[in-house]
Design a protein around this ligand. Structure first.
Ligand code: SF4
Length: 344
């Protein structure tokens, strides 16, 4: 038996054609899977009994039940999903005014080794499949009292999404397709990257989603000390890719800047940042670091955070301080790490 969620639209069309069924059935099936979130072929009542039985003989509809849900005092929920092979990933549901934003994972672990990030500490275990990326959104949306309230997705969970490019692009097709997919608007999806330059260019060609860059320092020396990827793709190259990223009208690239006490938090650092971003359609998210047990970095005090922000706004940049939510359940930026090991 095959998980039908592993099939792309084209693969499904090919399968149906091989079995003497009409190609347009593929979109009916996909609509049931992703739009109406059917759990069985029986529910697909606009297909003949024959076809439903045939599908049930060849396929199953995979589920990704959550192993654990942690609820923060501020309403943020962290979901731990156990995968088929015993690995696990985390997703974070953040309540906003009138809607939800979901922070999605793209890999088990991460190979980028950013010094401040818990996910990166154990290295990369493996890429998620398209079905596993979609599974996080599918399960959480289905469990919500009003599934339509889940409107925004940020790929800022575990892993570097652009290092799992093919699965990411297939997932984006399912998420955004307005005929048979989940109908989530491109402008409500943000892909955050540590800066894989060739894939940023590809993303601009292949999709219309929002781009966020995890920058965190504005000189090569400072950035390389925090993020080893900067050796391969230094700031000038990264900014070059951002300058040519095809932004729809009115949109900006988000630059995330985690503020570490005594490392990158002075007005001088802020001025370096304004120089690096000069001429770009940019907004800056200043994220005061969220320490975790054993972390080597600390969070600056409020005065320093405000001075850093002022140095940016004085130069007419949009700079917003974002205090992460879900601190009490370790759901904040850079704190995700599914500790559970694969079952023996
Ligand atoms: Fe990977 Fe992102 Fe963590 Fe860097 S910050 S190690 S890219 S998950």
């Amino acid at each position: 038996m095959i998980d039908i969620k592993m099939f792309s639209r084209q693969e499904l069309i090919d399968w149906l054609t091989r079995h003497s069924k009409r190609a347009f059935r593929a979109e009916q099936i996909l609509k049931w899977l992703y739009l109406r979130q059917a759990e069985s072929f029986e529910q697909m009542t606009d297909l003949s009994k024959d076809l439903r039985a045939m599908l049930a003989r060849h396929f199953f509809i995979s589920r990704m039940p959550e192993d654990r849900v942690l609820r923060s005092q501020d309403g943020t929920c962290k979901y731990l999903f156990r995968l088929q092979d015993g690995n696990s990933v985390e997703s974070v549901l953040i309540p906003e005014k009138g809607h939800y934003t979901l922070c999605v994972s793209s890999q088990v672990g991460c190979a980028q080794g950013c010094r401040f990030c818990l996910t990166g500490k154990g290295g990369l275990v493996r890429n998620l499949t398209t079905a596993e990326i979609i599974g996080q959104i599918w399960e959480i949306r289905k469990a919500l009292p009003d599934p339509d309230k889940l409107t925004n997705l940020v790929f800022m969970g575990m892993g570097e999404p652009l290092a799992n490019y093919r699965s990411l692009i297939s997932a984006l097709e399912i998420l955004t397709n307005s005929d048979w997919g989940m109908k989530i608007a491109h402008r409500r999806i943000t892909i955050s990257t540590a800066g894989i330059v060739p894939r940023i260019k590809a993303l601009g060609r292949d999709t219309k989603v929002n781009l966020a860059i995890s920058l965190n320092a504005a000189t090569d020396a400072d950035r390389t000390a925090l993020m080893p990827i900067n050796r391969k793709y230094p700031i000038a190259e990264l900014m070059g890719a951002c300058r040519t990223y095809p932004l729809p009208k009115g949109r900006k690239i988000t630059f995330e800047y985690i503020l570490f006490k005594g490392i990158n938090d002075t007005p001088d650092h802020a001025r370096q940042l304004t120089k690096a971003l000069a001429g770009l359609k940019a907004k800056i998210n200043i994220i005061p670091f969220n320490p975790y047990p054993g972390s080597e970095f600390q969070r600056p005090d409020r005065k320093r955070i405000e001075a850093f922000q002022k140095a940016l706004t004085d130069k007419h940049f949009t700079a917003i301080v974002r205090y992460s939510k879900g601190l009490d359940i370790m759901a904040a930026c850079g704190q995700l790490r599914a500790k559970e090991q694969p079952k023996a």
